[in-house]
Design a protein around this ligand. Structure first.
Ligand SMILES: C[S@@+](CC[C@H](N)C(=O)[O-])C[C@H]1O[C@@H](n2cnc3c(N)ncnc32)[C@H](O)[C@@H]1O
Length: 276
């Protein structure tokens, strides 16, 4: 449920604490969930989408920072493709699980607890690729500050690869595909919602969260204004979770609209390079 307008400013003031409490509480639920399927991942299951693997290209020997890495599954997948990886997330339990997962997989990876805005100082090094997305940007209030962090983390010639849920998707009601939420919203969206996308039985105690549904133009202009050169912007008919119950599964953790339903953009990907 969206909170009333007179509660939004107070929640925005506390957004880091509110969002961190929510994410910390989700970590053990996600580790136990079929959605994340940690056991299958340890056994070798791919966690990146096919389009991400194709677009990322050859990762052998690449140094990659994964911002907002959650349990580290995408981070470690990048390592399985040959990269030297560092994951960053502001949730201490998420980073503890990411380290445990790396150990279970017998893989080397660096995981750091920090706010994404503090990533330059917290990581203290630069990278060939900054990878992020799949539910990352909606937690960031100021995308221009975020893009400056990304640019500072890249070596000259390095690239941001962003693979994110399309904001168009967030406008729709869950089952009836009606427009309920605005595309353009000048203030945060604050929710009181104890449910969790990975665990249908969840009832979170920390149910308040604060999000910013950034229009695509804001994402693109923030990246350009940080001095990066956009190489491509792609929109996708697939998404990582069954946002609507009638979606059809077309791959591991990949769903699309069935025939007869509107053909909507569900994700997008951007590659943007730092000039040499
Ligand atoms: C939806 S998850 C990302 C999921 C990830 N792409 C995956 O597939 O596992 C969002 C992550 O952002 C992290 N996060 C939210 N706000 C953050 C911030 N300000 N700084 C760092 N991490 C943050 C949360 O702890 C959470 O792990």
């Amino acid at each position: 449920m969206r909170v009333p307008d007179d509660e939004i400013q107070g929640a925005v003031g506390d957004y880091l604490a509110l969002n961190r409490a929510s994410w910390d509480e989700r970590v053990p639920l996600h580790v136990a969930s079929g959605f994340y399927a940690v056991d299958r991942f340890v056994a070798g299951e791919e966690h990146l989408h096919g389009f991400e693997i194709n677009e990322l290209g050859d990762l052998s020997g690449k140094r990659i920072a994964h911002l907002q890495c959650h349990l580290g599954m995408d981070t470690l997948s990048l390592a399985r493709h040959g990269a030297q990886v560092t994951g960053l997330d502001f949730s201490p339990p998420a980073i503890a699980e990411a380290r445990a997962l790396a150990s279970s997989c017998g893989m080397g990876a660096r995981f750091v607890v920090a706010n994404v805005y503090d990533a330059v100082e917290a990581l203290g090094e630069t990278y060939d690729v900054v990878y992020t997305g799949k539910g990352a940007l909606c937690w960031i209030p100021d995308l221009r500050a975020w893009a400056n962090v990304v640019a500072a983390l890249l070596v000259p010639g390095g690239a941001l690869y962003l693979s994110e849920f399309h904001p168009f998707l967030q406008m729709l009601t869950y089952e009836t595909l009606e427009f309920e939420y605005p595309y353009f919203n000048d203030q945060a969206e604050v929710w009181d919602d104890g449910s969790d996308y990975a665990d249908p039985d969840a009832k979170l105690a920390n149910e308040r969260s604060v999000e910013w549904p950034h229009p695509v133009s804001e994402v693109i202009c923030s990246i350009i204004d940080a001095g990066l050169r956009i190489e491509y912007f792609h929109e996708w008919r697939e998404v990582s979770f069954a946002r609507f119950s009638f979606m059809e599964q077309v791959g591991p953790r990949l769903y699309r609209m069935p025939a007869g339903k509107p053909d909507l953009p569900l994700m997008y990907s951007i590659r943007a390079s730092k000039p040499t």
